[in-house]
Write a protein that binds this ligand. Structure first.
Ligand SMILES: [Zn+2]
Length: 475
């Protein structure tokens, strides 16, 4: 069973996996077959489980049925024993949270093994090993990335020290060496030498010389920018060369809004280094989010990260990261504009342009995409017409037929406010509601629900287990 979901009994026949309603799933009608659950400790394959269940008096057909229901509920991990056997025990224990998280976040049935394999085979090079760069490197190494190097020969100064990066002993030595030691402290098995291998991803911290970014574009190396300063943290854009906006595209967009932007940028790029307005917490938050975006890119190569054609930005003292859209610029020769950019990454409800009155509308604060509420700064985003023209009573319902079988936990009230329902996550309901051994697994015919209160749309599903689930209007 998935290690990240705690099994708890709802009643003598219903076992719930997980506590938080956004992850929890319950299996009803277990009865005597509950003995099979004790056998699912990862030490047996399917046939061995069925054989052992028979010794407990559970018929083979019933044990098979239990396994099928648990698998359909998404609470089983199934992978060859050699996947774990290839990792030394201490490393396996240290990476267990990474695998458990991947198994839940990506809904993978292999216990996160595929994600871990991708990370261990990946190489990330970080340019800049100051307060944020060394932290990003150690976060990635601790997350299972197999090869992480840093490039920054400048001597480490007191302002470079950070809890997850450089330490006092690194003062005066090249930052890249201190960052390599930070990586080794987090994950001793990780390679830290830049051996000339083409990286899978480059992370650029701070302002970068144009020559480096042009070289990365020419070599088709994906790169993620991050910068901190002036009490602002910015993560992105993540440049997929030729497919999404590059850093030069962003500067051209800024120049559209402020014709003197190139002059400002040149002075900022070549200004002598000095203390930055980036406190420890802002540096850690920015490094963490950058590491998360890097892992999202490495873990799911077929998906488009939220920082493609966009940036995530935090302006203190605000607490909320907001996404800003940067479309490829037609005057840039990176080729992304001709390719159309990343349609999935632009977000909905793009706000009006950035900065001055000449804003082109091609850049701006955009919808939430899971980060923030979409309110944005500056001019408000135009309201988009709703499908069917009807205003939803609470947004959680529209987000997806509401996860009928997801609930439980002390914070989830049957008659909770609409916001509680709206906050109940983004995972979509699997068909058929609660997986149950009492039925044949087929979806019941749709009937109009008789509940009337707009804030208490719950229904009871009858059968061997009676469980309240959020109402989707029909059942
Ligand atoms: Zn470009």
């Amino acid at each position: 069973m998935k290690t990240g979901l705690l099994p708890v009994w709802r009643d003598r026949d219903t076992l719930q996996f997980g506590v938080d309603p956004r992850r929890a799933v319950a299996v009803a009608g277990l009865g005597q077959t509950a003995a099979v659950l004790a056998l699912l400790d990862g030490s047996r394959d399917r046939d061995a489980v069925v054989a052992a269940a028979r010794e407990y008096g559970v018929p083979a057909a019933a044990a098979e049925r239990v396994l099928a229901v648990l698998a359909s509920a998404g609470v089983l991990d199934d992978f060859p024993a050699r996947t774990h056997g290839s990792l030394p025990m201490p490393l396996r224990a240290r990476l267990a949270p990474e695998m458990a998280t991947a198994a839940l976040a990506y809904e993978e049935g292999d216990g996160g093994a595929r994600t871990l394999a991708r990370r261990r085979g990946a190489y990330v090079r970080v340019h800049g090993a100051g307060r944020t760069g060394a932290c990003v490197a150690s976060f990635l190494a601790a997350s299972g990335v197999g090869h992480v190097s840093c490039t920054d020969p400048s001597p480490a100064e007191p302002a470079d020290l950070a809890p997850a990066g450089l330490v006092l002993a690194d003062l005066g030595s090249p930052r890249e060496e201190g960052a390599a030691r930070a990586v080794s402290r987090a994950a001793p098995e990780v390679l830290t030498v830049d051996d000339g291998t083409a990286p899978d991803l480059v992370i650029l911290t701070g302002l970068t010389l144009p020559g480096l970014t042009s070289q990365l574009i020419r070599d088709r190396v994906p790169h993620l920018a991050l910068r901190t300063g002036e009490a602002i943290g910015v993560v992105g854009p993540l440049v997929r060369p030729g497919r999404s906006a590059c850093l030069h595209c962003v500067d051209l967009r800024k120049a559209d809004a402020d014709p003197l932007w190139p002059k400002v940028l040149a002075q900022a790029t070549f200004a002598p280094p000095g203390p930055q307005a980036c406190d420890t917490v802002l540096a850690a938050m920015t490094a963490t989010l950058a590491a998360a975006q890097a892992l999202a890119f490495l873990d799911r190569p077929d998906s488009v990260p939220v920082t493609a054609d966009g940036t995530l930005e935090l302006v203190l003292p605000d607490w909320q990261w907001r996404r800003r859209t940067w479309r490829p610029h037609p005057a840039c020769d990176c080729g992304a504009s001709a390719a159309g950019g990343s349609p999935d990454a632009s977000g909905a409800g793009c706000a009006s342009g950035f900065g001055g009155a000449s804003g082109s509308g091609a850049s701006g604060w955009s919808g939430s995409r899971g980060m923030g509420d979409g309110a944005g700064y500056g001019a408000p985003a135009p309201r988009l017409p709703r499908p069917g023209g009807r205003r939803r009573r609470y947004p959680g319902r529209g987000a997806g037929r509401i996860r009928a079988h997801r609930r439980a936990g002390p914070g989830a009230q049957h008659h909770g406010p609409a916001s509680a329902l709206a906050a109940s996550g983004t995972r979509r309901q699997r068909s058929g509601g609660f997986p149950s051994l009492a039925g044949d697994g087929s979806a019941p015919p749709a009937r109009r629900c008789r509940c009337t209160s707009p804030l208490m749309r719950w229904r009871w599903r009858t059968g061997r287990a009676r469980v309240a689930v959020p109402c989707s209007g029909t059942w």
